[in-house]
Design a protein around this ligand. Structure first.
Ligand SMILES: [Zn+2]
Length: 432
């Protein structure tokens, strides 16, 4: 009797650690992250040939791992369309006087905007006063489907100019729409008359997440998501002749974890819940990949999301340790800690609360929908000189430690994928 009891204990405690060592190896982790962050991938900027190469590579890895496409899809590609908006012309007259082009911003997904105070489709007139928070008000205005003419107090001249540059270089919309928001830098607040006319070029741009699926043995309709983002910044300002932002840590490391975990769990064959492995696109330009993903399934069925962001360097807690963003928002972190109790692995609450990391990655979209969706990271974000630079390269990563972090995540997830633990939902009042 005792012997059997001991045997059970032995298998229960040591076997998972052995399993993770065997299926998640330094050689494979190194190979995958090195490929994803090679110059050939050209920094994986969304809408470029570089990211297409990365997508093909991840799909081949998912295939090798033996994943299925997500139900409803016939490949690992979860493709969608966005619309690039390029302004051709814009003129605004306020009370009979022409506004200089520098003082006009048009945010629209329509080819034409024609408004006047006597016209049929008169916009709502909104003011951003000298003491208002421009960024906040402007952000909420452009995301609402409505025609608006926004009079911006000249106190915001500097940020107005930066916002104009930003939108005109890279404005992307998820849908075509007839609505527009027109910002005018002016000290006028009471408009007797106005006209607005603008033309834009709208072009369709394709992009895709890469998604793999491992059906659960008994709880098929309950999903656990493992994710990272595979896009990065592409070419940036050259430093000593190098202009490729390789994004080895951000976030080739997270995608490497997703692939390694897929292979591990496929071999384990013991997941009661269904597992979804996702490489998100377009995180760096606005989180569009995770936004699209979140609309393709019922968030209520997502039991937990392990979003993995920058695990390539040793954390401020030392080796084999990392942190979880939004730790206090659900008991996901506590479950992770219980699963790691008695091991060398450790995940602590996010020590960089001021950095607002919980809302700076793809977990935020699902968290806002109530999913216990957290990011796991090892990055010393407050002092990481390589972050978003051309020096975020393979050579700066610590592969042995990164491999251990991935093993730790595999172990951390055991009771959740087994259907034994279900993290509490993110409460609506803690949503941002
Ligand atoms: Zn990132």
């Amino acid at each position: 009797m005792q012997k059997i009891f001991l045997l059970v204990l032995f298998w229960g405690s040591i076997l998972p650690a052995l399993a993770q060592r065997k299926t998640i190896t330094e050689a494979e982790v190194g190979r995958i992250v090195k490929t994803l962050s090679s110059d050939e991938m050209q920094g994986r900027l969304t809408f470029t040939p570089g990211i297409a190469k990365a997508s093909a590579f991840i799909q081949a890895e998912f295939k090798k791992a033996g994943l299925q496409p997500l139900p409803g899809l016939n490949s690992y590609e979860q493709a969608f369309t966005m619309y690039k908006v390029e302004p051709i012309s814009a003129t605004v007259q306020l009370a009979g006087a022409s506004v200089p082009a520098d003082n006009i911003i048009i945010s629209a997904a329509a080819e034409e905007v024609n408004w006047s105070n006597t016209g049929v489709s008169a916009p709502e007139i909104v003011q951003i006063g000298a003491t208002d928070n421009f960024r906040q008000v402007a952000g909420s205005l452009i995301s609402a489907p409505k025609n608006r003419l926004v009079l911006v107090n000249p106190a915001h001249a500097d940020i107005f100019k930066r916002y104009k540059n930003y939108l005109e270089q890279s404005e992307m919309k998820t849908e075509k729409s007839e609505f527009a928001t027109v910002f005018v830098l002016t000290d006028q607040t009471n408009l007797s008359s106005y006209t607005v006319s603008a033309r834009n070029k709208i072009s369709e741009q394709k992009l895709n997440n890469v998604v793999g699926y491992l059906p659960g043995k008994s709880k098929k309709e309950e999903y656990v998501v493992f994710s990272g983002h595979y896009d990065h910044l592409g070419f940036t300002k050259p430093v000593i002749g190098d202009s490729i932002a390789n994004g080895a840590d951000d976030d080739a490391s997270g995608i490497t974890a997703v692939i390694a975990l897929a292979r591990h769990f496929k071999k384990q064959k013991n997941n009661e819940r269904s597992l979804i492995f996702v490489a998100f696109t377009a995180e760096e330009i606005g989180g569009y990949g995770s936004q699209y993903f979140s609309k393709q399934l019922d968030p209520a069925k997502v039991v937990a999301m392990f979003n993995i962001e920058m695990i390539g360097k040793i954390s401020q807690f030392g080796e084999n340790a990392g942190f979880i963003t939004g730790f206090e928002r659900s008991d996901f972190g506590k479950i992770v800690q219980q699963n790691l109790a008695g091991t060398n692995f450790r995940f602590e609450p996010d020590p960089y609360v001021k950095e607002n990391l919980f809302y700076r990655s793809d977990n935020a979209t699902l968290a806002r929908l109530g999913v216990p969706a957290h990011s796991l990271s090892t990055d010393k974000i407050d002092s990481d000189a390589l972050y978003h630079s051309v020096d975020d390269e393979f050579e700066s990563l610590n592969i042995p430690n990164m491999t251990n972090i991935i093993r730790a995540i595999a172990k951390a997830a055991t009771s959740i994928i087994a259907g034994k633990d279900t993290p509490t939902r993110i409460a609506p009042e803690t949503r941002n």
